[in-house]
Design a protein around this ligand. Structure first.
Ligand code: ADP
Ligand code: ZN
Ligand code: MG
Length: 482
């Protein structure tokens, strides 16, 4: 066994995120996922001769929004370039991308793994997606490859990190946090199964203490947080084995195969493409002035991190609650509306995180589609806080509200669920319980304190869960000691 702790991994990620525009980056074709093959195409995205690209404004605004949220410097002028290579899914024979002068430089993102650090970004640039080769699923798939150009020309941003990551876990967390932010901003749908977010991982290892980086490999196709972690762990181990065996790591592109849990060589540096980049003659430079930046800034939501901190400071919530409630802007909005009506923010948090999320998860309902209005939930919480209903009854009321859309007040009144605070009414129940459970009473009086809990339970049950628990306790104790 080698001592793997003598090596330090160095990792940089290149992440492609599809922008959530309705139409493609250089034409008006739909970007909707899942349409029959080659139904969302036109001369522009099919690369037919004479067709000219027109840049999608919304795509640029989304790219700017992502770059601003990640603290990048947006460049006043960036240039689209042709990246030339031959592949059947690329009908023009080149991909329009940004190269020497990307939309944004710098920026970064905090992670907590590895003791917490900021991972620097190198750049964010805009580009178009290619079509999709279909190698499987047809009767003659053993002889033919089919191509679907629906994805050709879908707008992407590529986010390139500095080689700042030092473990598979750090890389995986970075990818997850980046996804959260892009989804939060509404610029990406976060759907990795549909390929809306894709990650290539560059990794090298070096002896601990050495400054110079080792030779890197690029692992393609690691499109989930788990795969990022697994592929990198595999690749780090593989490179250490190569070095320990006296060999040298070859600079190459490798493909992650999730089925076997391995990476395998795809092409070496010698086989790498020469893309012969040159500026796209059919598009003017992309100019982003201060007015445009301000306009995009004005649409920027409060970011998850800031919102989390505000939930702790303004509502006095535990960090944990703030983290759960800021999973999505819609959930955070919902909580804030409940809190506004409920008076007690911690109670609002408990209900949203507890009953509400439980029901939503159970039914697979997204928070955006929740039938229960936040003001109605706030009404329920006020009834509990005011001692009008017990918390166990409140759960039943919640279920009834969720189904019917009736208010908590109305349900409590109609079904006689209000808490029993009336001493004489409760005393009758207490005496009845004492009369019916002579053994338990005898045990309690003989010093077995635990029996008290059982008797309280009987009183609650006798009251249909409606007894004021505090009063029930007092009365029961008084009667038992009498
Ligand atoms: P290439 O020219 O091969 O595309 P780049 O310098 O553009 O390489 O870097 C691509 C990605 O690889 C970036 O995320 C960068 O941080 C990362 N990277 C660069 N050098 C190394 C290295 N020695 N080890 C690990 N990652 C690296
Ligand atoms: Zn088109
Ligand atoms: Mg590169």
């Amino acid at each position: 066994m080698n001592d793997r702790t003598q090596y330090e991994p160095v990792i940089g990620l290149e992440i492609h995120a599809q922008l959530r525009t309705r139409t493609k980056i250089f034409c008006g074709c739909s970007t909707a996922f899942g349409a029959p093959p080659n139904t969302q195409v036109c001369p522009v995205c099919l690369g037919l001769p004479g067709a000219l690209p027109v840049l999608n404004r919304q795509a640029v605004d989304y790219a700017i929004k992502a770059a601003l949220a990640l603290g990048c410097d947006i460049q006043p002028q960036s240039i689209f370039a042709r990246k030339n290579y031959f592949y059947p899914d690329l009908p023009k024979g080149y991909q329009i991308s940004q190269y020497e002068r990307p939309l944004a430089l710098g920026g970064g993102l905090e992670i907590t793994a590895g003791g917490g650090k900021r991972v620097g970004l190198t750049r964010i640039h805009m580009e178009e997606d290619a079509g999709k080769s279909l190698h499987e699923g047809f009767p003659d798939s053993d002889r033919r490859t089919y191509i679907d150009y629906n994805r050709s020309g879908v707008p992407l941003i590529e986010i390139v990190t500095e080689p700042d990551l030092r473990s598979a876990a750090e890389a995986s967390e970075f990818f997850a946090r980046l996804r959260d932010i892009l989804v939060w901003l509404g610029v990406n749908d976060g759907n990795m199964e549909e390929g809306s977010l894709r990650c290539d991982a560059n990794v090298s290892v070096r002896p601990v203490g050495q400054r110079a980086f080792g030779t890197k490999t690029e692992v393609k196709n690691v499109n989930s947080f788990r795969y990022v972690q697994k592929a990198l762990e595999y690749e780090i181990d593989r490179q250490i084995d190569v070095l320990e065996g006296g060999g040298r790591v070859v600079q190459e592109t490798r493909l992650w195969d999730s089925a076997s849990g391995r990476t395998c060589s795809m092409r070496t540096k010698e086989e790498a493409h020469d893309y012969r980049y040159f500026p796209e003659p059919d598009l003017p430079p992309l100019v982003v002035d201060a007015a445009r930046l301000d306009a995009v800034r004005a649409t920027m939501p409060e970011l998850p991190e800031a919102r989390r901190r505000r939930f702790v400071a303004a509502y006095g919530l535990p960090e944990y609650d703030a983290g759960v409630l800021t999973q999505s802007p819609a959930l955070a909005d919902y909580f804030e509306q409940v809190a506004a009506g409920a008076v007690n923010p911690k109670a609002a948090s408990n209900w949203v995180m507890g009953e509400l999320l439980r029901v939503l998860n159970e039914r697979g309902t997204p928070i955006e589609a929740v039938p229960l209005a936040p003001a109605a939930l706030a009404g329920l919480i006020r009834l509990v806080d005011a001692g009008r209903i017990s918390s166990s009854i409140a759960k039943d009321v919640f279920a009834k509200m969720y189904e019917s859309g009736r208010s908590a007040e109305a349900i409590v009144a109609a079904e006689g669920l209000a808490q029993i605070d009336d001493e004489s009414a409760l005393l009758a129940i207490v005496r009845d319980v004492i009369a019916k459970h002579r053994d338990a009473v005898a045990q309690y009086r003989a010093g077995k304190q635990a029996t008290f809990g059982f008797l309280v339970g009987q009183v609650m049950k006798g009251s249909g869960g409606k007894a004021n628990p505090k009063l029930a306790n007092q009365l029961l104790r008084r009667e038992l000691e009498a």
